[in-house]
Design a binder for this molecule. Structure first.
Ligand code: NDP
Ligand code: HSE
Length: 436
């Protein structure tokens, strides 16, 4: 059978890995796909750049649309990033009758509804396995493997850069900026690394996971987002003493009032499997009614792990070339006319536990006053401890762990605590997730 011709947009970390994996494993890939998969053209920013992989047989251009409009190309693989110029490229590719594979979570999370609608109208496929959790086949797993289940919640370490930074800060007491630079050198970080450290990348991925888990449209604009750029080493150390690890997590849960969609740093009990996921590794914990709780673990970023998912999508696309579009797995797991636009919970309406660190003067009655405020606000304190033995009227650090409470109660209590004349500065607070 004739080879399938592919056009690549981008030959950077992931594009390079894709070329390398396709060439190295060409024979087995052809045996799996049923046809040879051949990259014939690629768009890059700088055609003269020296690349450390073999580009023989690939025509390079700096004009994206030359690849998208190439008459001999059947599948476009978008590995540039962003959601501006590449959105037009992907929509044009679909208009031209080409299937699309992309690793671009920003594009899928923010423009996926329009892209899938166009793809369905044209009877084309859009593969995006590599957009979430790098090498873990989590999209296929939720969309197909767990399709018998009602998913109750999922929680994941879904940004490799954040996990790499927090792991190095925890295990080696390294400084944030230095570790971020290393993550960039290793090809883990986004072109704009603020997307990683401010939680935007994890929010893109959570948007996609929640959509395929609960059958809701992609709702990136509704995700509550907090990054790791304000995490302080002192809280990592106190958490460790208390039996917790600091992780950056994405959580989505189905509740009677709506769906939680949130990414933020959280303290996770050390005994939990997910708390022990270190470095650039990712993991997604899923609670579903039939299967129970399962965790899926693997590399979350990097050249070949991500290419592994890109090429798997390519093989799926090639295998399904001749199938009736009506009988393909729906892009967002549920039939497009069965998606339900469920309400997304405001962050103040979520319920969880909290770690608080505050500075208060060392004086009799201070703890009692703080405890009284929590009691009056309906928040049960799990434990409270004073760190250090300051002299009377000198500031000491107080660490407090709450039991489950609604976030709006906590905010209300903290407004009162911070007004106490014995409490100094703002209270630092971090969500504690038991994930059980
Ligand atoms: P890189 O920055 O390494 O590569 C980007 C590529 O796009 C480069 O080859 C660059 O060309 C090319 N490019 C940029 N702008 C243009 C343009 N205007 N016209 C033509 N080509 C252009 O990015 P990554 O490979 O890391 O990421 C690619 C995508 O994959 C992103 O969407 C990212 O979010 C996603 N992703 C990345 C992962 C990772 O671990 N890195 C993991 C999972 C997903 P040139 O080489 O000439 O500069
Ligand atoms: N920048 C992303 C991360 C790449 O660190 O997880 C993988 O999506």
């Amino acid at each position: 059978m004739e080879a399938v011709n592919i056009g690549l947009l981008g030959l950077g970390t992931v594009g390079g890995g894709t070329i390398t994996v396709l060439k190295r494993n060409m024979e087995e890939i052809s045996r799996r796909a049923g046809r040879e998969i051949r990259v014939i053209a690629a768009a890059v920013r700088d055609v003269d750049k020296k690349r450390d992989f073999d580009t023989d047989g690939i025509v390079l251009t700096d004009r994206i649309m030359d690849v998208v409009n190439h008459p001999d190309i059947q599948v476009i693989v978008e590995l540039i990033g962003g959601d501006g110029e590449v959105f037009d490229a992907v929509m044009t590719a679909l208009d031209n009758g080409k299937h699309v594979v992309t690793a671009n979570k920003a594009l899928i999370a923010s423009k996926g509804n329009a892209i899938f609608s166009k793809a369905s109208e044209k009877g084309l496929m859009v593969g995006f396995e590599s957009a979430v959790a790098g090498g873990i086949p989590i999209i296929k797993l939720i969309r197909e493997g767990l399709s018998a289940n009602q998913i109750e919640w999922l929680a994941g370490i879904i940004n490799g850069t954040c996990n790499f930074i927090l792991s190095q800060m925890t295990e080696k007491q390294r400084e944030f900026g230095e570790v971020l630079r290393e993550a960039q050198e290793l090809g883990y970080a986004e072109a704009d690394p603020t997307f990683d450290v401010q939680g935007v990348d994890a929010a893109h991925k959570l948007t996609i996971l929640a959509s395929i888990a609960f059958g809701i449209p992609l709702r990136f604009e509704s995700v509550y987002m907090q990054g790791i750029d304000n995490v302080e080493p002192v809280d990592i150390a106190f958490a460790d003493e208390l039996g917790y690890r600091m992780k950056h997590v994405g959580i989505s849960r189905r509740t009677d009032d709506g769906i939680e969609l949130r990414v933020h740093p959280a303290l996770i009990p050390k005994r939990s499997l997910i708390a022990n996921v270190s470095g650039v590794m990712n993991a997604i914990l899923i609670q579903a009614d039939a299967v129970g709780q399962s965790m899926f673990y693997g590399p979350g970023a990097g050249s070949e792990p991500t290419a592994s998912a890109v090429v798997a999508d390519l093989i799926d696309v090639v295998r399904a070339f001749t199938t009736d579009p009506q009988n393909r797995v729906p892009h967002l797991a549920f039939q497009s006319d069965s998606l339900i636009d469920a309400p997304i919970l405001d962050i103040v309406d979520i319920e969880t536990c909290y770690y608080l660190r505050m500075k208060a003067v060392n004086r009799p009655g201070v703890m009692a006053a703080i405890s009284a405020i929590f009691g009056e606000t309906g928040i049960s304190i799990d434990s409270i401890l004073q760190k250090g033995h300051g002299r009377e009227d000198e500031p000491v650090t107080i660490i407090l762990l709450t039991q489950n409470t609604r976030e709006k109660n906590l905010v209300r209590a903290l407004e009162r605590v911070e007004k106490l004349d014995t409490v100094r500065d703002k209270v630092v607070w971090i969500r504690v997730e038991q994930l059980s």
